[in-house]
Design a protein around this ligand. Structure first.
Ligand SMILES: Cc1cc2nc3c(=O)[nH]c(=O)nc-3n(C[C@H](O)[C@H](O)[C@H](O)COP(=O)(O)OP(=O)(O)OC[C@H]3O[C@@H](n4cnc5c(N)ncnc54)[C@H](O)[C@@H]3O)c2cc1C
Length: 541
C-alpha cells in the first residue's frame, strides 16, 4: 500500500483505527475531495488479523501492536497496555465485542453542553453503520459496512450462567444492545461468517480503489506543520526518511487515546509546564491535552468446574488445538470463530443504583497458570471458566504526556485506578456481586473452587487492593483530548482543536467519559457523526 503521494491534499487523516478509518472512508466518498490517510503501522496482511481468536497472538506481536508501560501505581506495580499499530488500529487486534452503549450516556454529552451530541444522533449513526444479523430494529441497522453477529451456538456452562443471572433480575435478551435495562445475552461481535471485520476491512477495503484516497502504511506523523496557529501540513517519517505532506483544508488526528495527545504536544499544543519540561516551544496553551485518561479496571474471577465440559478441553492440548484449527479452516466455525467471550451482561451491582453500573463477560475457559518461559497464560486441562467484572463508569483520571520532542521516546502514562471513593466503593460491590452470581444455581452446581482471586481476598480493603494491583485493564482508554464546552477543553463540539485552525481530533480520545462497556462501536459512531460535521462545515466555507 504505497501509492506515490501528490504534494497537497484536501484532508490528511492521521491513524486508521476506529476513528480514522471511518473518516477517511466518508470524506473520500466525494470524488472531488482528496484524502491522505497516514498509518504508523503496517498493512493488515497477517491471516491472524482475520481469525477472531487470532487476537491472542496479534495483541502481543510488535508487528501489529505497540505496548505502553505505565508509571508505578498502587503497591508499586506497573502495567503494559497494548494498542493496535497496524491498518485498522486497535480494531484489527481487539476482542470484537460490539457494544453500542446506552442512551443516557450519549444524552449526558448534550446535557454537559456539547450541543447535538445525543442518543438520537448516535442511534442514527449505529443504524447506518451496522449490518446486523438479527435484522433491522429501532436500535439496529442493516446494510451498513459493519457486519454484527451474535455468538453461537449456545453452550451448557454459558446457559447455566445466564440462568443464574436471571435469578438476580438480569434478564436474557437476544440482542445485548437492544435495551438499557439489566440484561445478559450471547455477545454481539463485529464478525462475519467467522471472520473479523476490523475498521480497515469495513471502511478502507471498499474505498481503497478510489483514486482520491491515498493510504500510506509505515508512515508515522511526527508533528503538525503550523503557520502561526493554522495547520498547513504534517511532517511524517516513512521507511525512506522524513517528508512533509501539505494540506488544503484540515488535518484530522485519529491516532488513538495514547498517541493523539502526544502528537498535539510534539506540535506545541498542550500544557505549558509539560511542553517546557519536554523542551517543546508552546504554540497554543491547551491545559487539558493528555489529561482525563479513563480506563476500565476489572477483576477476573476464575473458577474450576466439574460436570460440564466448557472449552478448556478443546483449547488445552496441541492435538485438539490443531483439530479446532482444521475445523475453522474448513467450516469457519468452532472455538476459533468467536471473540474472547461468550456471554456479556450489564447490571446493577446494587439494587439502589439508578442504572446498570457493571459490565461483565463470561467464557467457559480458565487460565490459572502462566508459562514461566513465554510469560503467556496457559489454558487449564480440566474444565473452568472466567467471569470478568468491571465498573462501567470509572471516575479516576490518569494522564499521558510526552517527555521529549523525539517521537521515538516513550510517553509518561499515569494509570489512575481506584483513586476516587466512587471507584473504590464500586470495586467492592462489583466483585461481591460477581461472587454472588457464581454462587447461584444452576451455575453454582458446577463450581468446585474459586481459583482467582481466591478466598484470601475477602475484606473490602483486600478487594480494593486486589482490583487495583492485580485487576485487568479493559484496554478501553479514552478521554485524553476530551470535547467540552469550556475554553480550556481540548476540542469543541465540532471536534476542532481550540486555538488552532484546520485541526480536529476524531477518535476515542475525545469522549470526556466512558460511553459504555466497550469503545470500538461508540468510536466508530462518533467518527460517523464527525464526518457529517466536517463535510457540512466545509460546504459552507
Ligand atoms: C487488545 C484490545 C482489545 C480490545 N477489545 C475491544 C472489544 O472487544 N470491543 C471494543 O469495543 N473495544 C475493544 N478495544 C478497544 C477499541 O478497539 C478501541 O477503543 C478503539 O479501537 C479506539 O479507536 P481509536 O480510533 O481511538 O484508536 P485505534 O483504533 O487504536 O487507532 C489508532 C491508529 O492510529 C495509528 N497512529 C497513532 N499515532 C500515529 C501517528 N503519529 N501517525 C500515524 N498513525 C498513527 C495507530 O497505529 C493506530 O492504527 C480493545 C482494544 C485492545 C487494544
Amino acid at each position: 500500500m504505497s501509492e506515490r503521494p501528490t504534494s497537497v491534499y484536501d484532508y490528511i487523516v492521521i491513524g486508521s483505527g476506529a476513528g480514522g478509518a471511518v473518516v477517511a472512508n466518508r470524506l473520500s466518498a466525494d470524488p472531488a475531495t482528496s484524502v491522505l490517510l497516514l498509518e504508523a503501522g503496517g498493512p493488515d496482511r497477517n491471516p491472524m488479523h482475520l481469525v477472531p481468536k487470532g487476537f491472542y497472538f496479534t495483541m502481543n506481536s510488535p508487528r501489529s501492536s505497540q505496548k505502553y508501560r505505565t508509571e508505578p501505581y498502587g503497591s508499586g506495580v506497573t502495567a503494559e497496555w497494548a494498542k493496535g499499530r497496524v491498518l485498522g488500529g486497535s480494531t484489527t487486534i481487539n476482542g470484537m465485542v460490539w457494544n453500542r452503549g446506552w442512551a443516557p450516556d450519549y444524552d449526558a454529552l448534550e446535557q454537559q453542553g456539547m450541543i447535538g451530541w445525543n442518543w438520537e444522533r448516535f442511534v442514527q449513526a449505529f443504524r447506518a453503520i451496522e449490518d446486523h444479523e438479527l435484522g433491522p430494529g429501532p436500535v439496529r441497522g442493516v446494510g451498513g459496512p459493519v457486519p454484527v453477529s451474535i455468538a453461537s451456538p449456545p453452550e451448557e456452562a454459558s446457559d447455566a450462567m445466564i440462568e443464574a443471572m436471571g435469578k438476580h433480575g438480569i434478564g436474557f435478551v437476544e440482542d445485548p444492545n437492544g435495551t438499557d435495562d439489566d440484561r445478559v445475552g450471547y455477545v454481539a461481535s463485529n464478525i462475519k461468517r467467522g471472520t473479523r471485520m476490523s475498521a480497515a476491512r469495513a471502511y478502507l477495503r471498499p474505498a481503497r480503489k478510489r483514486r482520491n484516497l491515498t493510504i500510506l502504511t509505515h508512515t508515522e506523523a511526527d508533528r503538525l506543520v503550523l503557520d502561526g496557529t493554522r495547520v498547513t501540513g504534517v511532517e511524517a517519517r516513512t521507511r525512506s526518511g522524513s517528508t512533509v505532506f501539505d494540506v488544503r483544508r484540515e488535518v484530522i488526528v485519529a491516532g488513538g487515546p495514547l498517541e493523539s495527545p502526544q502528537l498535539l504536544e510534539r506540535s506545541g499544543i498542550g500544557r505549558p509546564d509539560v511542553l517546557d519540561a519536554a523542551g517543546i516551544p508552546v504554540v497554543v496553551a491547551s491545559p487539558r491535552v493528555g489529561e482525563n485518561l479513563r480506563e476500565h479496571r476489572g477483576v477476573t474471577l476464575q473458577v474450576s468446574l466439574s460436570g460440564v465440559e466448557g472449552f478448556n478441553k478443546q483449547a488445552s492440548s496441541f492435538r485438539r488445538q490443531m483439530w479446532a484449527g482444521f475445523k475453522y479452516l474448513f467450516t469457519r466455525s468452532g472455538l476459533i470463530a468467536h471473540g474472547g467471550y461468550n456471554v456479556v451482561a450489564a447490571y446493577r451491582s446494587d439494587p439502589a443504583s439508578s442504572r446498570p453500573d457493571t459490565h461483565a463477560f463470561f467464557t467457559p475457559i480458565s487460565t490459572s497458570r502462566v508459562n514461566p518461559i513465554s510469560g503467556r497464560l496457559v489454558v487449564d486441562k480440566s474444565p473452568g471458566a472466567r467471569f470478568v467484572v468491571s465498573a462501567t463508569y470509572p471516575t479516576s483520571a490518569g494522564s499521558v504526556h510526552v517527555t521529549s520532542p523525539d517521537p521515538t521516546k516513550p510517553p509518561r502514562v499515569v494509570a489512575s485506578f481506584l483513586e476516587t471513593q466512587h471507584d473504590r466503593d464500586l470495586a467492592v460491590k462489583v466483585l461481591r456481586k460477581g461472587r454472588e452470581i457464581l454462587a447461584t444455581e444452576p451455575f453454582s452446581r458446577y463450581v468446585t473452587q474459586e481459583l482467582e482471586p481466591g478466598p484470601q481476598v475477602s475484606t473490602d480493603e483486600e478487594i480494593i487492593e486486589f482490583t487495583r494491583d492485580s485487576g485487568v485493564a479493559g484496554l478501553h482508554t479514552l478521554g485524553t483530548c476530551a470535547m467540552g464546552p469550556d475554553d480550556d477543553d481540548v476540542v469543541d463540539g465540532h471536534l476542532r482543536v481550540r486555538g488552532v485552525e484546520g485541526l480536529r481530533v476524531v477518535d476515542s480520545s475525545v469522549f470526556p467519559q466512558m460511553p459504555s462497556g466497550n469503545c470500538s462501536a461508540p468510536t466508530q459512531a462518533l467518527a460517523w457523526i464527525a464526518s457529517d460535521i466536517i463535510i457540512a462545515d466545509n460546504a459552507v466555507r
